[in-house]
Ligand binder design. Structure first.
Ligand code: IVH
Length: 676
């Protein structure tokens, strides 16, 4: 067989197996016998063994588990299952600790105590116990909603089904990692590329009897909620877990200060391969629960914990070509198309080159032999060039000055604070005329963090775009389903699923709506700040009037950069039209106070001067937790000016002039204490 035929035959098999999977997971139906299915899978693996370069990302050997299956009921987590922010080096760690020190307003040289734990590379699960009985078990899902996999989890012997200890909390949600040991994984047939995929796949078997056959393990490390206020530290919680009958990692350890953390990381990284399960880093958690509580969360991760990853795995390959991708914000990202290489179980054929500046700095050229690195779920990237292998006729790579999508001019922003040009070159054509920017905008609009339309992935957006089914975000609500049904791979069921998912997405919170518009510099956090300040869609729309945009400087956290970007967004007539059209179809919910009915409800505060013991950020979050609002200008809307050490006299005078009540920090704290 010639190479083309082999590839065609391979892709045909991949398509077929994916079709079978879809039936199995979505329709609860097997269209082939188990033997036939297994034979197909085996064939695919055989071909991949012989021709590793063919390996396709849709291959059953590469898929990370399966997408949330319709076989399992979805269930909302009472407390969301968040992720961890990553640190890759000492500098990242220092930044992590600096933020903590600032937030808690601690002395700079303080040594914080951490619970350090291995970061097991498996699948997280949440176990809900009521009166000592395992009542429900959920997968992480999207962090908000998980799948009800109780019966499958019950097959794992490490998971206690009934706990009799007297001190076991009445209600608790225990969380941990489900995994397969390296030894057990080796014994399994070669259905999966790595142990993590195997654990994920096994845990989501339709039939719990199938899960039971796999030697899954469970290690517990945290809780969602706990009905016990006697446990004061993470290390104490971990030893309680042990007493209650859970397995915890034998490598958990209390460590103080960044220096010792770095040392521990170095030592542990050396022995990671001696462990019998995959570990991709260490997790550091501020040990004291009262500090954790004060620190709280940013977007999707706690401020009090970080995952310190182990160094990436790397390999060498050759740059075959350089593609320039245009992102949603117009950024031109160079991507190296490389000769496919297998890096720790994943075939990599694209690696990012970051931006124009990086290409120039490293003098990267087409034809170069390069080192490519991949760490966890981070996009693979080109680290360095092996100059000794460079051909004599190689030419310097000239970065395009025009947008490869729309041909218009590109520029690099000038940053007035650093006095430098940005490393990223951008296409300026932001008003839907640049095809790529507009299409990426739609991908963002339907994405998980925005409208969260199930099943409306990037590939589908590209397909619909190509067929001119979508151009503007509002087109999502006017799709020609008749045409879609006729497309390859679509049918009645998938069309009705998509219809349902789109219908569901029409109802949306104001912050998600603002985020979905993809305004540059307005990420999830800033969208939340805007939503809390503006309260409803109408006020948001009114930002089209210039002076209303200026008022946003009242919001702590929104600065000149964000304001300029919002102004640019609203000065574009097409964007206004998009907003009007979306408003006709969508139900955009008014913002609700984070905590309704708190004692500071409808009251506005401003701080001036240094506060004692707590940082500005913590003071601000305390006000907000009690339903108050922070503004950063002394004006008629301000109710209280709280003064710390060395306040700004101008602000005090202005407050006096406007008859605004002035509070000392102690008076403000008394006011807060009335809440509890
Ligand atoms: S604590 C609020 N501790 O890492 C975050 N996570 O990126 C609570 N993981 O989804 C997670 N070992 O699957 C925590 N000792 C450990 C962990 C751990 C592995 C995983 C977990 C989580 C992911 C976070």
């Amino acid at each position: 067989m010639n190479n083309n035929l082999i590839k065609k035959n391979y892709l045909k098999k991949i398509k077929l197996i994916n079709k079978y999977d879809k039936f199995y997971y979505d329709k609860n139906d097997s269209v082939v016998s188990d033997q036939e299915y297994d034979k197909l899978k085996k064939d695919i693996i055989e071909i991949e063994k012989k021709y590793p370069n063919l390996k396709n990302k849709e291959s059953p050997s590469l898929k990370v588990g399966f997408k949330p299956s319709k076989n399992f009921k979805k269930f909302k987590h009472k407390i969301p299952m968040l992720s961890l922010s990553n640190a890759f080096d000492r500098n990242d760690l220092k930044n992590f600790e600096k933020k903590i020190i600032n937030f808690l307003s601690l002395k700079e040289n303080v040594e914080i105590e951490y619970s350090t734990e291995p970061k097991i590379d498996g699948i997280s699960a949440s176990l809900i116990y009521e009166k000592g009985i395992l009542a429900k078990g959920l997968s992480r899902g999207d962090g908000i909603e998980g799948e009800d996999i109780t019966e499958n989890l019950k097959t794992i012997s490490d998971i206690p089904k009934k706990i009799l200890s007297k001190d076991f909390p009445n209600e608790i949600d225990i969380r941990g990692e489900v995994f397969i040991t390296k030894k057990d994984f080796k014994k399994m047939d070669e259905k999966f590329a790595n142990a993590r995929n195997a654990a994920s796949g096994s845990l989501r078997q339709k039939n719990p009897n199938e899960t039971k056959k796999i030697p899954l393990k469970f290690i517990a490390y945290t809780f969602g909620y706990i009905d016990n206020d006697k446990i004061k530290t993470q290390s104490d919680f971990l030893s309680n877990l042990n007493n209650w009958g859970f397995k915890t990692s034998q490598f958990n350890k209390i460590i103080k200060g960044i220096e010792k953390l770095t040392l521990r990381h170095k030592k542990f990284e050396e022995k990671r391969f001696d462990l019998d399960y995959d570990v991709d880093g260490l997790v550091y958690k501020v040990n004291k629960f009262d500090l954790q509580k004060r620190l709280g969360f940013v977007a999707n991760a706690p401020r009090w914990a970080v995952a310190h990853k182990f160094s990436a795995n790397s390999s060498t390959s050759k740059i075959l070509n350089i593609d320039i991708q245009v992102g949603r914000t117009g950024a031109l990202t160079p991507v190296a198309k490389i000769e496919p290489v297998n890096i720790s179980g994943v075939v990599v054929s694209n690696a990012t080159l970051h931006n124009e500046h990086e290409i120039n700095r490293k003098d990267i050229r087409i034809g170069d032999v390069v080192k490519v690195e991949r760490a966890g779920d981070v996009i693979p990237h080109v680290v360095s060039v092996d100059i000794s292998k460079r051909q004599s006729n190689s030419e310097k790579y000239i970065f395009p000055k025009k947008c490869p999508s729309c041909g218009s001019k590109t520029t690099k922003d000038f940053n007035a604070t650093t006095n430098k040009f940005d490393a990223v070159r951008r296409c300026l054509n932001e008003d839907f005329k640049c095809e790529k920017i507009a299409m990426e905008g739609i991908k963002h609009f339907v994405s998980k963090e925005a409208l969260n339309i199930d099943g409306f992935g990037k590939k589908i957006v590209e397909k619909f775009w190509e067929l001119k089914l979508v151009k503007f975000p509002q087109d999502i609500f006017n799709l020609n389903f008749g045409k879609i049904k006729e497309l390859d791979g679509w049918g009645d069921l998938s069309v009705s699923n998509l219809k349902y998912a789109i219908e569901k997405s029409k109802k949306i919170s104001l912050d998600k709506f603002i985020y979905s518009l993809g305004i540059r510099h307005i990420g999830q956090e800033n969208a939340k700040l805007l939503s809390q300040h503006l309260r409803n869609f109408e006020n948001f729309y009114k930002l089209s009037k210039a002076n209303n945009v200026e008022n946003l400087s009242n919001i702590d956290g929104i600065g000149e950069t964000q304001i300029n970007s919002i102004r640019a967004f609203f000065s574009n007539k097409i964007n206004l039209n998009v907003l009007e059209e979306l408003k006709k179809t969508m139900k955009i919910l008014n913002a609700t106070s984070e905590k309704k009915g708190g004692i500071l409800m409808n009251k506005t505060f401003m701080f001036t001067g240094k506060l004692q013991e707590i940082s500005r950020a913590e003071a601000k979050s305390l006000v907000e937790e009690n339903s108050g609002k922070i503004i950063s200008n002394v004006n008629k809307k301000l109710n209280y000016l709280v003064i710390g050490e060395k306040p700004t006299i101008k602000k005090i005078n202005k407050a006096k002039e406007l008859n605004i009540k002035i509070l000392t920090q102690n008076e403000w704290i008394k006011m807060l204490n009335k809440t509890s």
